[in-house]
Design a binder for this molecule. Structure first.
Ligand code: NAD
Length: 260
């Protein structure tokens, strides 16, 4: 049972991260949520999780572009909230543009949030996990950690890197009861996907409907979106004892996308 474990889920004010935080809370895990957004809405979500699931829920405003804030978020949880048993590196952003037009600052931002943030959080969480001889590190990678799509250079690069970081950390922690894995979803209907539709329309000269059917769902043989709850269930499973020998894995949940 995961009851009374403590988790941090980065980028959990929206989409997949929020579904993961709620799924852990449902299992009795105390959760720290993190991410951007309207403070009142975030507080309502945090309080709602406590009320609905009877766990402790905290909010960390740590900005995933800021190494010191990320490490301080983990340190605070270690020192004041019973430690970090489960770390979910989920925060991520996307930008769609050809490489020759890709803004340098956007490249740096995506590498910072989608890749370096996980490095800093993992580095800060390792000592506590090692000392307790138990831990779960799960990162939300993407089908784009395994295959590429045009116009997503920074995202594809960061996600491939995240898969490499996952394998490396898994090897370093293999004898400490700490597993390290990533989950690679195909398209999940969240604000991240919705927001890239206009730029994809422009980059590929397509209508909104064409982008949804001919680009997004065309990638998935099932012709269906993955749901955030399905991704969350996998994260919960990876945290159970049944998954204790799954480490260094990159698990696809992509409607068959990367089978092609
Ligand atoms: P989303 O836009 O709904 O959520 C992203 C979260 O990250 C939000 O909580 C946001 O506030 C947070 N965030 C963004 N910048 C931040 C920063 N600087 N500091 C802290 N938090 C920050 O997107 P989503 O689709 O739920 O994406 C979650 C993860 O899943 C990302 O890593 C994404 O790459 C990955 N993913 C998404 C899909 C998809 O189809 N939606 C597919 C594969 C992988």
């Amino acid at each position: 049972t995961l009851k009374n474990r403590n988790a941090i889920v980065t980028g959990s004010t929206s989409g997949i991260g929020l579904a993961i935080a709620r799924a852990f809370a449902k299992e009795g895990v105390n959760v720290t949520i993190n991410g951007l957004g309207d403070p009142a809405a975030i507080e309502a979500e945090r309080a709602g999780i406590e009320k609905e699931f009877g766990v402790k829920a905290y909010y960390s405003p740590a900005d995933m572009t800021q190494p010191e804030e990320i490490r301080a978020m983990v340190k605070e949880a270690e020192e004041q909230r019973g430690g970090v048993d489960i770390l979910v590196n989920n925060a991520g952003v996307q930008h769609v543009a050809p490489i020759e037009d890709f803004p340098i600052e956007t490249w740096n931002l995506i590498l910072a949030i989608n890749l370096s943030a996980a490095f800093h959080a993992i580095a800060a969480a390792i000592p506590g996990m090692k000392s307790r001889k138990w831990g779960r590190i799960i990162s939300t990678a993407s089908a784009h950690s395994l295959v590429a799509s045009p116009f997503k250079s920074a995202y594809v690069t960061a996600k491939h890197g995240l898969a490499g970081l996952t394998k490396t950390a898994a090897l370093e922690l293999a004898t400490f009861g700490v597993t390290v894995n990533c989950i690679s979803p195909g398209y999940v209907w969240t604000p991240l996907v919705e927001k890239q539709i206009p730029d994809t329309m422009e980059a590929r000269h397509l209508t909104r409907e064409q982008v949804i059917n001919d680009v997004i769902l065309a990638a998935q043989p099932t012709k269906q979106f993955v749901t955030a709850d399905q991704v969350a269930s996998l994260a919960v499973y990876l945290s159970t004892d049944a998954a204790a020998q799954i480490t260094g894995a990159n698990i696809s949940i992509d409607g068959g996308w990367t089978a092609e």
